[in-house]
Ligand binder design. Structure first.
Ligand code: 3HC
Length: 315
């Protein structure tokens, strides 16, 4: 049954209450949360790589310090989210093993390369902007530990988005070469950022999706297309402020709809990246695996120390 101390699961969901770790819950609710929270955590950890690539080459000490703080935040978000996943009865070692062996995903966006310093700006502005759009509703997710983790994460994400916008704001008011670098980064990061919100709600590419069930369980508060549209509506005016042209000739304000119309997203590219054929898939996992193996001695030492301390306490 799904009757727990907090009352019946369906009743809690119907009355928009929080589900806590000790509450009874359907296996599929637990499974889809483990899947989503783990993949969210994996995205944060892998997401450290594209921007980390520019820490040693940031154009000033100030930019380097800001980027280091941001990448460090991403690591913290990942660890926070692994802890949230562990409240569902899984162990992070098992989740990492699934990431390393390709049995769990991380966000498609991190399989694109960061070719210039402007990419550090585009990631902050577009990728963290999209992440905020997706993460704010998750603060109201029905699963307590996930929703509470999101509140802290969202606060830090807004700093990430601001620093990205600020990098581009500086570049677009710089030399012609710097303006061109910012435009090139916007060209390369715009469409992949729209794909971060997941497949469309309808049509061929929507098949096998989780949206309907996740919305019924109060995990998803908006559909993928709704959040994508909100992100586009928020971001187009920012691009105009930056004087950057977004790479979509079909982008135009639709007075009737009260939203920006936009062109077709290349779902074949999305599927290819998810299949592992993105520009950086192999490199990202190889780097992750190397870091994991290099860090084994730290995990062993920490475990040995913890065992010794608890033996001393019991002794
Ligand atoms: N990248 C990789 N896989 C994706 C994806 C993407 N952008 N969008 C969807 N998918 C996968 C889903 O995981 C699912 O595959 P699975 O069944 O094997 O897990 C399939 O495509 C169908 O997609 P759905 O939309 O039906 O799946 P979800 O209901 O899980 O919705 C989601 C996808 C909107 C990404 C949702 O999982 C979510 O909100 N996740 C939490 C937020 C998150 O993970 N953000 C990733 C970026 S984190 C980040 O950017 C941090 C920043 O600080 C740098």
């Amino acid at each position: 049954t799904t009757r727990g101390k907090g009352g019946d699961f369906d009743e809690l969901i119907a009355t928009d209450k929080r589900i806590e770790p000790r509450d009874a819950m359907p296996d599929d609710y637990r499974k889809t949360l483990i899947r989503q929270i783990a993949q969210h955590a994996h995205s944060e950890i892998i997401g450290m790589q594209p921007e980390g690539n520019w820490i040693t080459r940031a154009p000033s000490l100030r930019r380097k310090a800001i980027l280091m703080a941001k990448v460090q935040d991403e690591a913290g978000h990942g660890l926070y989210l692994y802890s949230a996943a562990e409240t569902l009865g899984v162990d992070r070692a098992e989740l990492l093993d699934k990431l390393h062996s390709g049995r769990q995903r991380y966000s498609s966006i991190f399989n694109y390369p960061t070719l210039t310093w402007a990419d550090a700006g585009a990631i902050g502005w577009l990728v963290d902007g999209a992440a905020i759009m997706n993460q704010v509703p998750l603060c109201r997710c029905s699963y307590g530990p996930y929703a509470r983790a999101m509140i802290r994460v969202c606060k830090e994400e807004s700093f990430h988005q601001r620093q990205g916008f600020d990098i581009l704001w500086t570049l677009v008011r710089g030399t012609d070469g710097q303006q061109a670098m910012a435009q090139d980064a916007a060209n390369r990061w715009w469409w992949p950022s729209l794909m971060m919100f997941g497949p469309p709600d309808t049509g061929e590419a929507a098949k096998g999706g989780h949206t309907e069930q996740s919305m019924a369980w109060g995990i998803k508060r908006f559909s993928n297309d709704e959040l994508r549209q909100k992100f586009i509506d928020m971001t187009v005016p920012q691009a105009q402020k930056l004087g950057l042209t977004l790479p979509d000739p079909d982008l135009r304000w639709n007075e009737e709809r009260g939203h920006w119309d936009f062109g077709e997203i290349d779902w074949d590219e999305f599927k290819a990246v998810l299949r592992g054929d993105g520009a950086c898939n192999d490199q990202r996992i190889a780097h992750r695996l190397a870091a994991h193996n290099d860090g084994a001695w730290v995990r062993e030492a920490a475990t040995a120390y913890a065992d010794k301390s608890s033996a001393r306490e019991e002794g």
